[in-house]
Design a protein around this ligand. Structure first.
Ligand SMILES: [Zn+2]
Length: 304
């Protein structure tokens, strides 16, 4: 149940190719699915990866280039055919809400579920929160407005020590407070310190999705302290000038950002379709930061 997993549905740039699909990921957080970008092929990849449509309630779109959002109309209309009830919220820039809103009006009247658009801005903001996780945006530096997303687990509960709970006869109604750090006051007024009743909570983990961006020191500042970073790495060193010109990064630059941010792991993706292998990307990123994974369709990465 305590799952926090990144599913790679697409990690190619620009267009679908024989090797990769355009950008799409699904973050599985305790069986709630959060989609990040929705390139063409997203719904088919969800099926392949056995990700349940009924668990998907939030879709986050980083920017309005087609390779990050052309999967949306198809996915939403399929959800409608599935009699999925409830609400799906698409977090997107204003122009995207206008375009996709019109498409839905035209193609998907009488849907059994509600689609909400939550308008996001190209800055730092918390755009989703429940009792266990937050999702925030931060700015990226691309050719058009673009944001990244950080998923942060909230502080977790401390673990009860069963033997001590029994020993001090702690009533069940007190347990939740104790897991949150409260001391226990026994009926005779004796205070039992929390650390005699519990062991520390597991560490809260964070994950950042750095969508399309040129290399910029500020990105590492926005994701400073995040445990696992996904970062676009469209090009290798040979095309560093092209990366800059197109508002993209090289794998080495992704490695530099992960190192500067103090991450523990880096996932690279958004590979240009000019490559037949990502070996050079991996080698160059690893010269800057050792713990690098090259994304691939179908990959599931555990964050805990
Ligand atoms: Zn783009």
């Amino acid at each position: 149940m305590a799952r926090f997993q990144v599913n790679i549905l697409g990690c190619g740039s620009a267009t679908p190719s024989m090797r990769h699909l355009p950008s799409c990921q699904v973050i599985d957080f305790r069986d709630n699915l959060f989609m990040v970008d929705c390139g063409e092929g997203a719904q088919l990849s969800m099926r392949r990866m056995k990700l349940k449509f009924s668990r998907l309630n939030h879709i986050f779109i980083s920017h309005l280039h087609g390779d990050h959002c052309f999967g949306l109309p198809g996915l939403l209309s399929t959800l409608a055919l599935h009699d999925k009830s409830g609400t799906v919220t698409v977090h997107v820039f204003k122009e995207g809400a206008e375009v996709f809103g019109r498409m839905l009006e035209y193609f998907c009247r009488d849907m059994p579920f509600e689609i909400c658009f939550n308008i996001i801005e190209p800055g730092v903001a918390t755009i989703y929160e429940d009792d266990a996780i937050t999702v925030s945006t931060f700015p990226l530096y691309h050719r058009i407005p673009c944001v990244g997303f950080v998923f942060r687990e909230k502080p977790k509960l401390r673990h009860l020590r069963g033997d001590m709970v029994k020993f001090f006869n702690v009533p069940v109604r007190e347990l939740h407070g104790i897991k949150r750090g409260a001391d226990f006051v026994a009926p005779d007024g004796t205070v039992i310190a929390n650390d005699r009743l519990t062991t520390p909570a597991d560490r809260s983990i964070s994950y950042a999705y750095c969508s399309d961006t040129m290399y910029d020191r500020r990105v590492a500042e926005w994701v400073n302290g995040v445990d696992v970073i996904y970062h676009e790495a469209t090009y290798d060193d040979e095309y560093a000038a092209k990366a800059r010109e197109r508002g993209h990064s090289t794998a080495r630059e992704a490695g530099k950002t992960a190192a500067a941010a103090g991450a523990s792991r880096l996932i690279i993706g958004h590979f240009s379709k000019r490559y037949v292998s990502e070996d050079a990307h991996l080698a160059q990123a690893r010269e800057e930061f050792p713990e690098v994974i090259a994304a691939n369709e179908g990959m599931k990465i555990d964050l805990l």
